[in-house]
Design a protein around this ligand. Structure first.
Ligand SMILES: Nc1nc2c(c(=O)[nH]1)N=C([C@H](O)[C@H](O)COP(=O)(O)OP(=O)(O)OP(=O)(O)O)CN2
Ligand SMILES: [Zn+2]
Length: 124
């Protein structure tokens, strides 16, 4: 049996975005609160009763979060244009965890936009 475990966190960051519409406000530096949900999957270890200790995932997330929180996202190495899609990919690549990542979801409550990246392949 496979279990899915999730953990949520948020970060505050600034960005600009080049767009074909709503061009002017998007290209001025402005800030957002981004919500993130990281989901992992796996089988339970019968002796611990856990797939993985969520405290370990929390620790891994704290390291990753530092790369995004209170940053100008345009300047974050390896992110590219600071869209929800690129934030999902960045988090998937940078999250140093032994757990099997299943999905990364990034959204902003203020506007209702969200993006999910589905993975589900074991990490090497
Ligand atoms: N495929 C994508 N499309 C768009 C993305 C994206 O990440 N992926 N992002 C945006 C904008 O960032 C989004 O629409 C918000 O616009 P923005 O000017 O950043 O903020 P608002 O003032 O509209 O919202 P507040 O959070 O209330 O400030 C567009 N398309
Ligand atoms: Zn924005």
């Amino acid at each position: 049996m496979k279990y899915e475990l999730s953990q949520r966190f948020f970060f505050d960051a600034a960005h600009t975005l080049g767009r074909a519409i709503e061009t002017e406000p998007s290209k001025r530096i402005h800030g957002h609160t981004y919500q993130v949900e990281v989901s992992i999957e796996g089988v339970k270890d019968e002796s611990t009763g856990m797939v993985v200790d969520l405290g370990l995932l929390r620790r891994d997330i704290a390291i990753l979060r530092d790369a995004l929180d209170h940053r100008l996202l345009d300047e974050v190495d390896g992110l590219g244009p600071p869209t929800l899609e690129n934030l999902c990919l960045f988090i998937a690549k940078r999250l140093q965890t032994t757990a099997t990542l299943q999905s990364i979801k990034v959204w902003r409550d203020s506007i209702g936009d969200s993006c999910a990246l589905r993975l589900g392949t074991p990490r090497s």
